[in-house]
Ligand binder design. Sequence first.
Ligand code: CU
Length: 191
Amino acid sequence: MAFREKAVVFLMMMMMTASQVSHAAVHKVGDSSGWTIIGNIDYRKWAATKNFQVGDTIVFEYNAKFHNVMRVTHAMYKTCNASSPLTTMTTGNDTIKITNYGHHFFLCGIPGHCQAGQKVDINVVKVSGAAAAAAEAPTPTSAMASPVPPANVPAPSPNNASPLMVVKGGVGLLTLVMALLALLALSTPHA
Ligand SMILES: [Cu+2]
């Protein structure tokens, strides 16, 4: 593997690490109010203020005597149909880990509650550009195990392909910084 390719792999690993860190958010439905019909909480508004990502966790906190959480289809969500939910949760502190993009519809199955507004549409929007590519790329396990070239490989010479080529037509300062970091990390063992 050429030095430049190693730099690219390393760069992608760093970007994935960065995106994983920033993705692991926990969203409590209704914030401090939780999952309820008291106070006419606008869960549509609540959801609109959030940036849901794959890997995030959704928490429904409520009094299990009065409410539950049903995951339903879009049609059921629209009509508040609680007759055949995809899943039903009843602990009062239910967590759902988002594993895929798209809409995730939930409602309270207690009669009248969904009609009163106890329903939420968690829309996980696909992120665009480099972040998405990094997030979706398979984990390079072997590269992760040994990102440093073997000792018998000559150290990269100054006229070797520069990682700066990687960011040609680039995606900004962050990428440039990461490329430089990757270069540093790759060259250090040979210094
Ligand atoms: Cu309810």
